[in-house]
Design a protein around this ligand. Structure first.
Ligand SMILES: Nc1ncnc2c1ncn2[C@@H]1O[C@H](COP(=O)(O)OP(=O)(O)OP(=O)(O)O)[C@@H](O)[C@H]1O
Length: 600
């Protein structure tokens, strides 16, 4: 194990403990109560061998001085019972307290992780598997349960008992205490070193494969329609089998190391046992120890041995839960990417003018600029079509208006306000968007439509649905507006999903409207209906329409023709079509030809 890796492990442990300490501090009083109860139970346990030794002595000497011996035995016996009862009650108090502590922490951690993940940038989400993220959070949450139980109600009392029993033994019998103290130190050092430097790196690697496995599962299940479409179930089985094999090898290595760690601890305990009991017997054989002394040492050892075994297991559990929490802590540490600056105010969009001023932009994982010194203006209330070949930067243009990414240079103004200096939520809530492939929640249709305006009345929702030609198909469903649409809206057809998304945009009543191929999935009848509704909706709103089918943007006032992150032509359809060898004209002619071929 290299020094670098040990350093990394140490840092991972520090990071995880710094993270959970934040949550412990929030419940400091409850935590103190649990620790006090655990301490009381532990002190009771630690005193038990002492009174057991006295009981044995009283019984042994009983024949000589009967009454005194009986009283001593009775006192020892009563104390033993009182100690056992007190310890049991205190332990229950600690358990119940730790249930509340852990559940509150788990709730806080999961809701804060969710809050953070939701606000992480589009870029982060594009680069992360949803399944992996869910796995990291849930695994971390349950690891906290183990970690709290281990540290508070297991490791903490075990360590106190170990120290207490050793001190007691040393106070009663110095040389025996010293032997035990040295043995304990060696045992603990060995346990911690093995867990930290030998088991933890393997467990960490196994976890990263576990996360990957979660991601692959979710990816394949999400894309099940594609898998089915290509009859590729067996191929997917084989693909997953490869990931499972890797996961199995990594996990096996981690588990084998855990077993070796545990065996090493067992051997160390055996050596320690031989030293302690052997030494006690040696002293007894030389007449330097009474049977009571030996009983005390043997009882102490039995108690200690149990705790030592437990400590070994607890340290392993701490290591395992810290490993399981590493990735969760890492999720929390991820910078937001696109963040609201401190003290930013909401944007107020009244007219809807948009200006790109000398914009530079590049996706973080790309090597070249998509936009370099890009400028464009869209007047308030203008209806503009964005056209151009695939990958030319049309979708990115609208993503930048929504500030899903921050610019590398330049600025974007809406009604003269720099969008990087206003709150993201206020900006996005004033831009209604109908995406190319609308995503719906597995909630009722009414909730999906009202998502753009929480609290909208039933009448408003229905009106929006009528505008979008969605009302009719919705009322035909058995549960009407109460119908659940399935994950990502999979229970609806593509056209129905799009109409729901259009209804949602209607309800948003935003000054800026973005339609990304909004009508591509609609039959011609609905398209005509929608087109009319759109006309009404567009009045007084700045509208951007991204369309591949040039027929849908012909009527717009201005078209911006994109090519590799630049606007190379602009004007209305009639003007662009007149440009000799213009890109728009070539695209239009090609599409017209394809249309004619289709008709023939
Ligand atoms: N999240 C991303 N990370 C890296 N590169 C991206 C990302 N999104 C888009 N790109 C790249 O940026 C370029 C512009 O993409 P964009 O989606 O804006 O094009 P588009 O004109 O809308 O294409 P289409 O018409 O096919 O939807 C493409 O080369 C694309 O590969």
């Amino acid at each position: 194990m290299s020094g670098f890796n040990v350093g990394l492990r140490g840092r991972a442990f520090r990071d995880v403990f710094a993270f959970i300490t934040r949550y412990w501090v929030r419940q400091a009083v409850r935590l103190a109560g649990i620790m006090a109860a655990v301490l009381a139970a532990t002190v009771a346990d630690t005193l038990t061998p002492l009174y057991l030794g006295r009981l044995v002595d009283a019984v042994t000497y009983g024949a000589a001085v009967e009454v005194i011996a009986w009283n001593a035995a009775l006192a020892g016996f009563s104390m033993l019972i009182a100690l056992a009862l007190g310890a049991a009650i205190m332990r229950q108090v600690a358990f119940i307290g730790s249930i509340s502590l852990t559940l509150t922490m788990m709730s806080d951690i999961s809701s804060e992780a969710f809050r953070h993940v939701q606000r992480l940038s589009t870029d982060w989400h594009a680069n992360s598997f949803a399944g992996s993220t869910v796995r990291k959070i849930t695994r971390g949450m349950w690891a906290l349960d183990l970690l709290n139980d281990t540290i508070l109600v297991a490791l903490f009392p075990s360590l106190i008992t170990l120290v207490g029993s050793t001190v007691l033994l040393g106070w009663y019998w110095l040389s025996m205490g010293l032997i035990l103290a040295c043995g304990l130190l060696v045992y603990l050092a060995l346990t911690i070193a093995l867990s930290l430097c030998y088991v933890a790196p393997a467990a960490s690697l196994a976890n990263s494969w576990d996360t990957r496995l979660g991601g692959e599962f979710a990816d394949a299940i999400n894309c099940n329609a594609v898998v089915k479409g290509f009859g590729a179930e067996v191929r997917e089985d084989e693909y997953l089998a490869k990931v499972i094999t890797k996961w199995r090898h990594r996990t096996r290595r981690a588990w084998i190391r855990e077993t070796i760690n545990s065996a090493t601890q067992g051997v160390t305990l055996l050596v320690l046992e031989a030293a302690v009991i052997g030494y006690a017997l040696l002293l007894w054989s030389h007449g330097r120890a009474t049977p009571g002394d030996v009983a005390f040492v043997v009882t102490s050892w039995l108690v200690l041995q149990g705790y030592l075994r437990d400590v070994g297991m607890h340290v392993r559990n701490v290591q395992r839960s810290v490993n399981d929490m590493e990735e969760l802590v890492d999720v929390h540490r991820q910078p937001l990417g696109v963040a609201d600056r401190l003290g930013t105010k909401p944007i107020g969009i009244t007219k809807g003018r948009i200006d790109f001023e000398n914009v530079y932009f590049q996706y973080s994982n790309n090597i070249s600029w998509l936009y370099s010194g890009f400028s464009a203006s869209i007047k308030a209330g203008e209806r503009v079509g964005l056209v151009g070949p695939s990958g030319s930067g049309k979708t990115t243009f609208v993503k930048l208006i929504q500030r899903l990414y921050d610019l590398n240079g330049g600025r974007i103004l809406i009604d003269g306000q720099d969008i990087s200096k206003v709150t993201q939520a206020s900006l996005r809530s004033q831009i209604a968007i109908v995406q190319q492939e609308p995503v719906l929640f597995n909630r009722s249709l009414a909730e999906n439509i009202a998502y753009s305006r929480p609290g909208a009345s039933k009448a408003e929702i229905e009106e929006a649905a009528q505008f979008a030609s969605a009302h009719e198909f919705i009322t035909r469903l058995p549960k009407g507006y109460g119908t659940l649409v399935g994950e990502r809206g999979m229970k609806l057809s593509g056209g129905e999903r799009q109409r729901v998304a259009i209804a949602r945009a209607f309800l948003a009543n935003a000054p800026i409207l973005i339609l990304d191929e909004a009508t591509s999935n609609l039959d011609s009848e609905s398209e005509v209906l929608i087109q009319k509704a759109m006309e009404r909706l567009m009045v007084g709103r700045t509208t951007l329409v991204i369309a591949h089918r040039l027929s849908t943007v012909r009527v717009l006032e201005r078209l911006l023709v994109f090519d590799r992150g630049r606007i190379i032509e602009e004007g209305n359809h009639a003007a662009l079509i007149r440009l000799d060898n213009g890109l728009y004209r070539r695209m239009f002619e090609r599409q017209a030809l394809e249309l004619m071929k289709g008709l023939v």
